[in-house]
Ligand binder design. Sequence first.
Ligand code: ADP
Ligand code: MG
Length: 613
Amino acid sequence: MSLCLVIWYNKIMPIHVLPDQLASQIAAGEVVERPYSVVKELVENAIDAGATTINIDIRGGGRESIQVADNGCGIPAAEIELAFMRHATSKLETAEDLAAIHTLGFRGEALAAIAAVSQVTVVSRAVGESSGTRLLLEGGHKVTRETVGAPQGTVMAVENLFYNVPARRKFLKSEAAERRLIDEFVSRYALAYPQIRFRLTHNGRISFQTSGNGQVLDVLTAVYGPEIARQLLPLTEPDPEAPAISEKAIHVTGYIGPPSLHWANRSHISLFVNGRWIKDSSLTFAVIQAYHTLLPVGRYPLGILFISLPAEDVDVNVHPTKVEVRFRHANAVFGAVQRAVRQTLLAETPLRAMGAWSVPGGASHETADWGGSLVPPVRRAPAAGQQDGLGLDWSVGDMGTRGETAVSADTSQPDVSLGGGKLPIMRVVGQVGASYIITEGPDGLFLIDQHAAHERILYEQFMAQRAQDKVVSQGLVSGTAVHLPPSQATLLTENLPLLQQLGFEIEPFGPNAFMVRAVPAILAKGDPAQAVTAVVEDLEQGQEPLAEEIEARIIRRVCKTAAVKAGQTLSRQEMEAMIRQLEACQNPHTCPHGRPTLIYLSVAQLARQFGRL
Ligand code: ADP
Ligand code: MG
């Protein structure tokens, strides 16, 4: 069928070289996909020109017009037409230059591409020239050129984008959608270039502006508002004990959100490489992974990361839009990003963390305070040693499953209402569905998932013991025999030394059989055989390469097994003991698997629900 089509086409249309105009329109398609791409290219040119002020004026979501004005070096009058030719650039000369790009542009394609599919007016006066030039192009062809008076710098006005490519124009999204892309882009670049004063208007109204005073925190405030900016954590200095990374001269700076700030998608993770905003799913994942167990499942953190590395170690010539890059040492970059985020989080979360997370002796300080206007007072953790053993004296039944997560129905907003840091003092009101504890705080009520909360409590207590190599083990009066299939038996044998450090005492007991002599104290009341089987099944499913990650998995399993289950009626005393211990947790908001432990309803929210406000 396809062969027939080719023959049929060939018959009526012999092979021919496309006319210039059509060829440039096709090429333009790769660079200029939508209004936002025009803004991106023009702003990048302005930054390359050394501008300290960039004003971006958009009309009709960019369909009507996009104007970018800068006070950069300007385009010399003699070169202004050249600037709009394909592959014309002042940023690259030789093939060697391509190996180490220091500017945002280098392909010499953008202006040609933009001009091919729109009507462009440029006014520019180059540094050292006494007058400016105004050039008008339509579909890439010069219409008029004149000498004009103009301040130093460049104003590019792009009108009627895709006026001659109806197919493209049809595919543009709504004005609001195009506008959002532009807003996102400009705020990203404002963050990366805090020394540049940006101003963005839509239809004559200022939508965003920065002062250009060089303070990233001020830009963060302009982008996210003071409430969120206040909570952001600057990335801590690189770990001096990471020679493999510093050798390759990879530096990661920027800001991340505390675990209490999270969104429904990844769009609040922005990555810059040598000042260029890039898309990289692997590095985005590195950021997300560093928050493991700290965020509710399906929620994503905020991160603005500036990665700097030698220009020759990154290839930006991957795609015409220049938003994808290749790293020469991709693993090292991944490691540097993950380490930077982890270290910062660890400094906030002084518990010895798990897996590759482990940075012994992370500094301890209070976590971010309770966010928003819903500000219950922060309660300090009770002194250590108030509780004996690993938990409350509850019997351990079979493994339970937990209820659904419900953090926030509004996916566009962060859950500031849940706040960060510790919990306030709470008064136990009662239990519902034998699964949730209701408590009253200073300014609202909490619904606490008893299983998730208890998992968190046990996890932190276990981790604290583990950090001091003091895991409490409980000997079994008569050992319990466990029989396993051969593959699981091998896995268990391999991990026996690790399990021993975690409080298990297990001996080989014939082919594929083991005798369990002791278990971590928190499992004392449960079925030891079942606990060991669950741990082995977990090990079988996991693919963690590092011993610490395997350890983390085992500990999470032990805590899950030991934790009180949904469906278990608790006495008031038991509930109170649990709440006191949850208040003492460093990360009381999620269970070790990342599901929320509690839902907070403020008095104000209740009043709204009842129509009182
Ligand atoms: P590239 O940025 O890849 O070089 P462009 O097509 O975007 O290609 O721009 C072509 C040339 O036009 C640039 O190399 C630069 O010399 C000049 N130019 C474009 N925009 C500006 C500007 N705002 N200020 C000064 N020069 C500019
Ligand atoms: Mg360019």
